[in-house]
Design a protein around this ligand. Structure first.
Ligand code: ZN
Ligand code: ZN
Length: 399
């Protein structure tokens, strides 16, 4: 096919390491053709978009996200998956990794199969493109289940996780490192080429070292539902030992993520994470629940009947008693927070929401930055970093 060129001009293009002012981008047939200083001559028949000085950014990549627009991926229906993917596309996410919660094997399989159907439709009208499933629950530590349904937590067994991996849809795999069976889980995930992460865990340094040898390279939502020196001491006594926190800070091969909604972590922790871990190892996730774009009210986290109740106050979810129950924001909000509350430069903030998660999950040759040959997943952002327009495979999904 030979569709017309789309030329976006008069923009500031956000590259992974710098901004390119007075620049533009040309795309055709779903791919980026070129990026550079504004063209003075536009070929006949081209669609011209005037950016009027706005920013052009790569579409965001979210590798930890439970739902949005009223749907949780664990609802397990094709309709729910499409609803959540569309909601996140409105907030700039063009590649999404639907994330399981704790739940029954039947619920997890239903979720995976619904994601397969929507992925295979490959329709930009469905919203963010599914990069694969993040198998997150159910293999959490009993003392770090957080807002997930406790009844749906269990230790990993090859009989169970083998079936999830056999679907071929799982691209990211989480397991708490201290659980019996964790090493076998990590090795099975490694054989499948998954990006392997440790989360909802009270693991010690020694347990993290063992997990690292089995292929684990990432820790879910830094400082949330993970171990600290104090929590490991409470579990294993003295001498005090290193925790997941020290393991990530000290190990250059490890990455992690922050929920930068302004409710989970104070600005000094966002600043600390960026300074200490850096934009190539730290990435932004939404960890969003179905409450994204919904008014304040009571909703279910996870499956719509067996999930846990939480209260959305308009900013964040909380379980009864006040503990946090995941975010209610899109990645555009996380980007604005990182930019306004930390000293990280804009190109690094955008990198943490696009190229870094793409690199870690092995899809950076195709998405994650504005570069010739990559998919035309492009965002037009206002000077205040609000999403004005989204192209997914070169198709406008948010006029
Ligand atoms: Zn979590
Ligand atoms: Zn989560």
């Amino acid at each position: 096919m030979n569709s017309p060129l789309t030329v976006i001009r008069n923009a500031t293009v956000i590259l992974p390491d710098r901004l390119l002012p007075a620049a533009g981008l040309v795309m055709r047939d779903g791919r980026i053709l070129e990026i550079g200083k504004d063209r003075t001559r536009v070929p006949r028949g081209a669609v011209v978009v005037e950016a009027r000085g706005g920013y052009l950014a790569p579409g965001f990549v979210d590798l930890h996200v439970h739902g949005g627009g009223g749907a949780d991926f664990m609802d397990g229906t094709v309709g729910a998956v499409r609803t959540a993917c569309r909601a996140h596309a409105r907030h700039g996410t063009t590649t999404i990794f639907p994330t399981t919660t704790t739940g029954s094997p039947a619920e997890i399989h239903a979720m995976i199969e619904a994601c397969r159907t929507v992925r295979d439709e490959a329709d930009p009208a469905n919203g963010a493109r599914i990069g694969g499933v993040h198998l997150y629950g159910p293999f959490f530590a009993a003392d770090k289940v957080g807002c997930h349904a406790v009844a749906g937590r269990r230790d990993p067994t090859a009989a169970e996780f083998g079936k999830y991996f056999a679907t071929g849809l799982v691209r990211i795999a989480t397991c708490a490192a201290e659980l019996p069976g964790a090493a076998a889980f990590y090795r099975a995930a490694q054989r499948r080429g998954c990006f392997i992460t440790c989360g909802h865990s009270n693991a010690s340094w020694t347990e993290m070292e063992r997990a690292f040898r089995a292929g684990m390279r990432h820790v879910d939502h830094f400082w949330c539902a993970m171990s600290s020196v104090a929590s490991v001491r409470a579990r294993l006594g003295t001498p005090m030992q290193g925790s997941m926190e020290q393991f990530v800070l000290a190990n250059r091969a490890m990455s992690t993520e922050v929920i930068a909604d302004g409710e989970h972590l104070a600005p000094e922790l966002l600043e600390f994470a960026w300074r200490m871990i850096g934009p190539e190892r730290l990435l932004l996730v939404t960890d969003s629940s179905r409450a994204l774009d919904l008014p304040p009210g009571r909703y279910k986290f996870g499956h719509h009947t067996t999930g846990t109740d939480f209260e959305h106050d308009g900013k964040v979810g909380r379980v009864p008693g006040g503990a946090l129950a995941s975010s209610a924001m899109g990645l555009d909000h996380m980007v604005r927070m990182m930019k306004s509350r930390t000293s990280a430069p804009l190109c690094e903030v955008i990198r943490m929401a696009s190229l870094t998660p793409a690199e870690r999950t092995g899809i950076a040759k195709d998405v994650g930055s504005l570069a010739p040959g990559k998919r035309a997943d492009v965002l037009l952002l206002s000077s205040a970093l609000r999403v004005k327009q989204v192209w997914l495979d070169g198709v406008v999904v948010r006029p």
